[in-house]
Design a protein around this ligand. Sequence first.
Ligand code: SF4
Ligand code: F3S
Ligand code: FES
Length: 254
Amino acid sequence: MSAYEAHFRVWRGDQDGGGLKDFHVEVNDGEVVLDIVHRLQATQAPDLAVRWNCKAGKCGSCSAEVNGRPRLLCMTRMSVFERSETITITPLRAFPVVRDLVTDVSFNYTKAREVPSFVPPEGLGPGEYRMWQEDVGRSQEFRKCIECFLCQDTCHVVRDFEENKESFAGPRFLMRVAELDMHPLDAAAETGLDRKSTAQEEHGLGYCNITKCCTEVCPEQIKITDNALIPLKERAADRKYDPLVWLGNKIRRR
Ligand code: SF4
Ligand code: F3S
Ligand code: FES
């Protein structure tokens, strides 16, 4: 295979507006979209803003949209596109643009802060925790998250409805609630924190209608919907319809 020239359309602008600009850029064997963006900076658009760091799919910085699909620029091989195809690169749609391909993802940090952290069990120090390997494995899957926020960007609950942002944590942080709720040593309940209720009432679990788009775009192949969101929904529903819980709530309300 040899080098060829591909047609790119890249969004340029800032919070005041912008648009797609056309470029023709050389592509070589084995390159990824981030290589092309770097070549574009080096040869035609030195002031093009793009966020990246590791170029190895591990820092989660280079998230953007390629032909409308949320992707990591450093993990998207040019060979997945036809040579004749026009490749459109745009910033993440769900977050405000800072400049060109860089967006302000602080929404995610706000949501992260809203999830109360792990509550250590009383009387046990670090190194004394004991868990079944099965429980360790369950949360280990969620710990693969590189915080690229592609799942947050693609979920229609906030992608299409800006007004939902306040009451919806998004798949990445509902997954965090699920992880903590499944953790056998989390002692949140002893402090009066019911993670299942807060998932519904504070983090907007009910907005998720299991479209699984989050799972489809996750570069770590985390089964966000099947392994985190659906189990959390089931646990929250069990909690709500458990006759003993219902009776307890009734007595407490008197
Ligand atoms: Fe990215 Fe997957 Fe983490 Fe979502 S869950 S932020 S898509 S790595
Ligand atoms: Fe959104 Fe994922 Fe649910 S895309 S609707 S959080 S399954
Ligand atoms: Fe780190 Fe792409 S540059 S994930």
